[in-house]
Design a protein around this ligand. Structure first.
Ligand SMILES: *Cc1c(COP(=O)(O)O)cnc(C)c1O
Length: 363
């Protein structure tokens, strides 16, 4: 927390706005839309809820297909299953670790030739690094498929000076406890389309028709962010730029400590993009290094320091084993050789020196 969050919470209590609506929600939406660079935003209970509503508003129904980046957290893909639609997974390229535009086009052509037009494309900016948005937006435009940008990990990142979340028909953000800023739990759907965002608010508040009695013409959801949590979000927005600086500083700490070691590479930052470096992630190529990813992870674990492998690709997950996938081996190799390093902005100088000791001993 930055310090100002409690003032906003007190204000919510003092004015008795302890409800899933209220002035903090409106202001958090306005400030976040302005920050990301979209016209509109709907504050929700989670990033997952935002993806779910984006799919509903893209008219995704049972039996439809939705294209999704394979190397990601399961929350990117689960809402496709909520709609009883089928995810079609796309592998990554090596320059950003995100959706490979060439494979995306191959997949779209292939699905079209089998008579099925994908209803949406979900691209992810993994660990804060923007995907190749110029290529991906142009393919989606060419084939007229709406783009949903999962920017849950990439708040504050940019591609050619345009912020992550502002490229697609929808952008989704997460304020879960592990993200760069947090409301303890929460998310947001952002878009330039006012009608879609007002429909999202309607669906997120139980789809109540405009009538004095309770009247429903649609299935609704209880997906709205509460006014108390939006207050935390307003306080957190004030420290976002500072958090990004801290995260990038943590990345510099690791890269200056390890970059000279043969076989070690960090997640690349594409030219003209800026990652918020939410998590610092590296790969160890066993062909060039005596130590592999597991040796490093276990050396950390022995010192009670948590490090985790990269996301396991969705096309390798038991739950999605029957889903179609277009693969090139990149995400599988990243999963085998990759490790996310401790990246908390709360890390003390002492924590860093414990980490450095493990690294110096190993390498
Ligand atoms: C965290 C995360 C989500 C889900 O956000 P929640 O707010 O936790 O529901 C979705 N996609 C990615 C890539 C994430 O990291």
């Amino acid at each position: 927390m930055g310090g100002d969050e409690l003032n906003y919470i007190h204000e919510a209590f003092d004015t008795n706005w302890i409800a899933p609506l209220g002035p903090h929600v409106n202001n958090f939406e306005k400030e976040m839309a302005a920050y990301v660079g979209t016209q509109h935003a709907a504050a929700l209970s989670s990033g997952t809820a935002a993806i779910h509503l984006a799919l509903i508003l893209s008219n995704v129904k049972a039996g439809d297909e939705v294209i999704c980046q394979s190397l990601t957290f399961s929350a990117s893909a689960n809402p496709i299953a909520y709609q009883q639609a089928t995810p079609v997974f796309i592998d990554s390229e090596e320059e950003t670790w995100n959706m490979d535009p060439a494979l995306l086009e191959t997949a779209i052509k292939d699905r079209l030739s089998s008579g099925k037009k994908p209803k949406a494309v979900i691209v992810v900016h993994l660990y804060g690094q923007p995907a190749k948005m110029e290529e991906i937006t142009s393919i989606c435009r060419q084939y007229e498929i709406p783009l949903i940008e999962d920017a849950a990990e990439a708040l504050g990142s940019s591609y050619k000076n345009k912020r992550a979340g502002s490229f697609g028909r929808f952008g989704i953000l997460s304020f879960n406890g592990n993200k760069i800023i947090t409301t303890s739990g929460g998310g947001m759907l952002v878009s330039d389309n006012e009608e879609l965002i007002s429909k999202a608010r309607f669906l997120a508040t139980q789809a109540r028709d405009d009538a004095p009695h309770y009247q429903h013409s649609h299935i609704g959801y209880n997906y709205r962010m509460s006014n108390v949590l939006a207050g935390i979000g307003l306080g957190q927005l004030k420290v976002l730029e500072q958090r990004i600086k801290q995260k990038r500083n943590i990345f510099n700490f690791y890269s200056s400590t390890l970059s000279h070691i043969a076989g070690i590479s960090f997640q690349p930052e594409l030219a003209e993009t800026k990652s918020n470096r939410w998590l610092t992630a590296l790969t160890i190529d066993p062909a060039f290094c005596k130590i592999n990813r597991e040796t490093l992870r276990l050396a950390f674990e022995k010192e009670n320091i948590e490090a985790r492998p990269l996301w396991k690709p969705m096309h390798l997950q038991p739950v999605f084993k029957s889903a179609p996938a277009y693969v090139n081996g990149t995400s599988e190799k990243l999963f085998q050789n990759g490790l996310c390093l401790p990246s908390d902005t709360n890390m003390t100088a002492d924590d860093r020196s414990r980490i450095r000791t493990v690294l110096n001993t190993l390498f």
